[in-house]
Design a protein around this ligand. Structure first.
Ligand code: DCM
Ligand code: DCM
Ligand code: DCM
Ligand code: ZN
Ligand code: ZN
Length: 265
């Protein structure tokens, strides 16, 4: 996602934090966040091109084999070097360093929190598990209405931008408010299953990656080959997918952080 998507995911997550999570997150946030996780959720995108952070740039996605339309950790996350592995890794870092444990390695838990929050958003963007051959849609040049772009950017930014302009008076807070309302109404029965993790695990990103490539094949790649002009039909039919993924990302980030910080009490 672009900045708006990450902001929405983290803002939704914040409203589902349990008390321990509110306290722990507040302690870990940098000054610049002003007490708001959402303010720093795009930080991993800001730094990923800097020489000292280039190693993080592959952690934003887990490309999958062309036209397979499925995801497997061992195949698509070699040496844990992908978004799913990063979510496990930063969860483990946040879990491991409790105040009374003598750990040899001192992780930067402020960075761990910001990476975990960002990557939990990205794993829900369907094309972040897109095909390796087209770099998750980056190589597929399309028009978004009359604007030249690529299919990846349509899903990172353009659908959200157009939704803001068309339905929300260009106000991201209004769009987030609408997603919060859907979470209390149409999606309320789904929220418990979204936020829970199987087998008493703290983080369970593998199913989220599987959902993403399934959605990429059914909605993102569908009728969007190179040179296509995407317009009203694509926008109206794909926006619900984007909205649901942002909401799921928020709920699952909250669930994961709640499990991490209640375990550390
Ligand atoms: N795990 C990890 N890093 C690995 C392998 C496993 O952090 N390279 C963690 C993730 C799971 C736990 O170990 O919480 C068990 O993983 P699984 O049973 O899914 O292999
Ligand atoms: N991306 C991806 N798969 C790739 C390469 C990139 O999903 N193989 C994502 C990461 C960014 C976007 O595409 O969200 C643009 O990548 P970059 O910033 O590296 O140009
Ligand atoms: N796995 C791994 N490294 C991790 C987490 C998981 O190698 N950090 C692999 C081994 C697990 C498989 O993913 O058995 C499926 O994970 P899950 O338990 O989330 O389904
Ligand atoms: Zn992206
Ligand atoms: Zn990213």
């Amino acid at each position: 996602w672009g900045d708006a998507g990450h902001y929405a995911v983290c803002k939704i997550a914040q409203s589902y934090f349990e008390e321990d999570t509110v306290v722990s997150v507040k302690k870990l946030l940098p000054e610049s966040a002003n007490g708001e996780l959402a303010a720093v959720c795009s930080w991993p995108d800001e730094i990923k091109k800097l020489p000292q952070w280039r190693w993080t740039s592959a952690l934003h996605f887990a490309d999958t084999p062309d036209y397979k339309c499925n995801y497997e950790y061992s195949r698509d996350c070699p040496k844990d070097w992908c978004v799913t592995g990063a979510i496990f890794n930063y969860t483990n870092q946040l879990m491991s360093t409790s105040e009374n444990s003598q750990s040899i390695v001192h992780y930067n838990l402020t960075e761990a929190l910001m990476f975990l929050s960002h990557y939990m958003g990205d794993i829900h963007q369907p094309l972040h598990e897109g095909f390796i051959g087209d770099l998750g849609g980056n190589k597929i040049k399309v028009h978004w209405y009359n604007q030249e772009t690529n299919l990846h950017r349509v899903w990172d930014d353009m659908i959200i931008e157009s939704a803001l302009e068309t339905y929300y008076n260009s106000s991201l807070p209004r769009m987030i408010h609408e997603l919060q309302a859907k979470l209390k109404n149409g999606w309320s029965n789904d929220v418990p299953s979204w936020e829970s993790c199987q087998l008493n695990q703290t983080a369970c990103p593998n199913p989220y990656a599987s959902e993403s490539i399934d959605l990429a094949c059914k909605y993102a790649y569908r009728n969007a080959t190179a040179g296509t002009t995407l317009g009203d039909y694509y926008f109206v039919s794909r926006l619900p997918v984007v909205e649901k993924r942002l909401a799921q990302g928020g709920i699952r980030l909250a669930g994961t952080l709640n499990r991490i910080f209640s375990a550390k009490r």
